[in-house]
Design a protein around this ligand. Sequence first.
Ligand SMILES: [Zn+2]
Ligand SMILES: [Zn+2]
Length: 157
Amino acid sequence: MVICPCGSLQSYRQCCQPLHESSQVAISAEQLMRSRYAAFVMGEIDYIVQTTVPAQQGLLDVQAITDWSQQNQWLGLSIIASQPDVKPRHAHVEFVARFKDQQGEQQHRELSSFVHSGTRWYFLDPTVQPMPSLKSDCLCGSGQKFKRCCAPFLGLL
Ligand SMILES: [Zn+2]
Ligand SMILES: [Zn+2]
């Protein structure tokens, strides 16, 4: 049995694999976070793209994501805090991912932002450029202005 890399202690087949194969969708932001970490470990880069908010998908540097996933040896994920309702449809998940690179063991701590749009959760990538202007429609498809929706949520205001 392959243990799922996401830290659930379940088998990969019963945990994140159905998400990576698109036969299930994550039911919470935390589950999406875990499955995205597992996707890095398993080299499921398409899943990383598909679970980023659709407005950003075409702007992702897929080669850089692939390189980052392969250059590191992934050691584990710990969820520090999960805030499922920062505001309606918006969730934060704080986590630490441990990995080993050429310099040794590293810890990457991040407060990630997720938005529920349509029927599923998506990751909002704060590093993707360009961001929409503050007065234009939000990335997340809410129909609100970016300024009033995800910009403050992402810490951009
Ligand atoms: Zn898993
Ligand atoms: Zn938004």
